[in-house]
Design a protein around this ligand. Structure first.
Ligand code: SF4
Length: 413
C-alpha cells in the first residue's frame, strides 16, 4: 500500500468495537497507510453497533455522513450492523462497501486502493487515545446469554476466547512498546476459557508479564465469584475498579430482561468485592424504560442505585431492537416517560460521581499520565494537574485537593 493512502476510522458502540477497529488500523499502518481525519480520507471505515434501534440509526447516519464528504471517499462498513445487515447498508451510497468480517477489512481496503495488503500487523502498531500508556486487549468475543433486549448474541455468536498465549504475547509486546496498563476486553469476558485457563488465571498470567496496571472493561455479575475475587486480591497490579452491568434495580424487570441475578445477589457480590478492594470504584450500566417498567419499578431502580453508591453510571434509554424478544412486547414505555426516567437516573449518577470524587480529597492517588496535565487514577477517576508536573506515560503520585466543575479530581503535588 502506498504511504499516500489515507484512511479514517469512525467507530461506534462498545469497547470491543474500539479494540477491533484499532487492530484494523494497526494492520493498515503496517502496510503504510496513514490514519487521518474523516475529511482527509480516501477510505472511511465505519465500525457499526446494532445493539438497539437507535444504534442502527446512528450507524446509518455515520455512513451517510462519510459518503457525503467532499472528497468522495469509499466507505467500508463493518461491525455488528454489517453482520446483521438486511441489504440496507449498501443502498446508502454508490461508494459504500459492506464487509461483515472485520478480519478481512484491511485486505478489502487494500484491494479498494489497488494495493498489496497483509493480515500481519505488529501488535505494537496499535493506535488509540493514550495507547502509549493504556491499551485495550481483546481476550474474548461473543455471548450466549440472550438477554431479552440484546441483539449481540445474534450478531457476534457464542463466546470464543483468544488463546492465552496470544493474549500474553500481545500484553508483553505492548509493555515493551511502553504500555503501562492494559484493559482486558470482551463481550462477556467472564466466559473466558482457553484449555482450562479461565479469567482468574488469565489475570494472574497477565500480571506475571510485568505490566503495571490491569483492569477489566466490564464483567457480568454472575462472574464476579470467589475465584475471580481471590485472583484480584492476589494481584497488586489489578486496579480498584470494576464495571458490573446492573441494567435494572427492580427484580421483576431483571427477570423479564432475562438477567441471571436479582438485586440481593448483586448487592452481595458488591459487598464481597468491596471487602477485597476496599477503595473499589464500582461503575455500571442501567437501561431505563424496558417494556413493562412502571413508575414504581423505576423508583426501585433509583433507590437501589443510590444504596450501592456507584462511582459512575452509564444510562441507556431502552430502544427496541427488532429481532429481540423485548421488541415484540406490546407494553412499551412512552418515549417521554423513558426520557424523564433517564434524566432522573443521570442526575443521580452525576451526584454519585461527584460524591465519589469528593471522597478522594486528601487521598494520594497513583496516576498514569495520558497527556500533559491529565491522567487516570487506579480507580478510573480522571485527574487534572499542572501540565508542567509530568510527561505523558509517567506514573506519578498526586494528592487530591478538590473537584472541578467538570468532575475531574483536581490535584497538587
Ligand atoms: S450478557 Fe446480555 S446484554 Fe450482555 S452481550 Fe450478552 S446478551 Fe447482550
Amino acid at each position: 500500500m502506498r504511504s499516500s493512502h489515507r484512511v479514517a476510522l469512525k467507530t461506534l458502540g462498545c469497547k470491543v468495537n474500539q479494540v477491533e477497529a484499532e487492530s484494523i488500523a494497526a494492520a493498515l499502518i503496517g502496510e503504510g497507510a496513514e490514519i487521518v481525519a474523516e475529511h482527509d480520507a480516501d477510505v472511511v471505515i465505519v465500525t457499526t453497533c446494532t445493539v438497539t434501534g437507535e444504534a442502527d440509526h446512528k450507524a446509518r447516519k455515520a455512513v451517510r455522513h462519510a459518503h457525503a464528504l467532499p472528497q468522495a471517499p469509499v466507505v467500508v462498513v463493518t461491525g455488528c450492523g454489517a453482520v446483521l445487515d438486511d441489504g440496507t447498508l449498501a443502498t446508502l451510497g454508490d461508494r459504500v462497501v459492506v464487509e461483515a468480517d472485520k478480519a478481512l477489512v484491511p485486505a478489502r481496503v487494500g484491494a479498494l486502493l489497488g494495493a498489496r495488503t497483509s493480515q500481519d500487523a505488529a501488535p505494537t502498531a496499535r493506535i488509540g487515545e493514550g495507547f502509549h500508556t493504556r491499551a485495550m486487549v481483546k481476550v474474548e468475543d461473543g455471548c450466549d446469554n440472550f438477554c431479552a433486549y440484546c441483539i449481540v448474541p445474534y450478531a457476534r455468536g457464542v463466546p470464543r476466547s483468544v488463546p492465552s498465549a496470544d493474549v500474553l504475547a500481545e500484553v508483553t509486546a505492548l509493555r515493551q512498546a511502553g504500555a503501562r496498563e492494559v484493559v482486558l476486553t470482551g463481550i462477556n469476558i467472564g466466559r473466558y476459557e482457553d484449555a482450562g485457563v479461565r479469567l482468574p488465571a488469565l489475570i494472574s498470567a497477565v500480571a506475571a508479564t510485568g505490566i503495571e496496571r490491569i483492569r477489566l472493561s466490564s464483567i457480568e455479575p454472575e462472574h464476579v465469584d470467589e475465584s475471580l475475587l481471590s485472583a484480584i486480591a492476589e494481584t497488586p497490579a489489578f486496579c480498584e475498579q470494576l464495571h458490573v452491568p446492573l441494567q435494572s434495580g427492580c427484580d421483576r424487570t431483571l427477570a423479564e430482561m432475562g438477567r441471571r441475578y436479582d438485586t440481593a445477589a448483586y448487592a452481595a457480590i458488591v459487598e464481597r468485592a468491596r471487602k477485597v478492594l476496599p477503595r473499589l470504584a464500582l461503575t455500571t450500566d442501567v437501561i431505563v424504560g424496558f417494556p413493562g417498567e412502571t413508575d414504581a419499578d423505576a423508583a426501585e431502580t433509583l433507590a437501589f442505585l443510590e444504596r450501592l453508591e456507584f462511582a459512575k453510571l452509564h444510562v441507556f434509554r431502552y430502544s427496541a431492537r427488532s429481532g429481540t424478544p423485548a421488541a415484540e412486547r406490546d407494553d412499551h414505555v412512552p418515549p417521554a416517560t423513558i426520557a424523564a426516567r433517564a434524566t432522573a437516573v443521570r442526575d443521580l449518577g452525576e451526584r454519585m460521581r461527584l460524591a465519589h470524587l469528593n471522597a478522594q480529597i486528601g487521598h494520594t492517588l497513583d496516576v498514569l499520565v495520558e497527556r500533559p496535565g491529565e491522567g487516570v487514577a487506579r480507580d478510573g477517576s480522571r485527574v487534572r494537574f499542572d501540565p508542567a508536573s509530568a510527561e505523558s506515560g509517567e506514573r506519578i503520585s498526586l494528592t487530591v485537593t478538590g473537584v472541578d466543575g467538570a468532575g475531574f479530581a483536581l490535584t497538587a503535588w
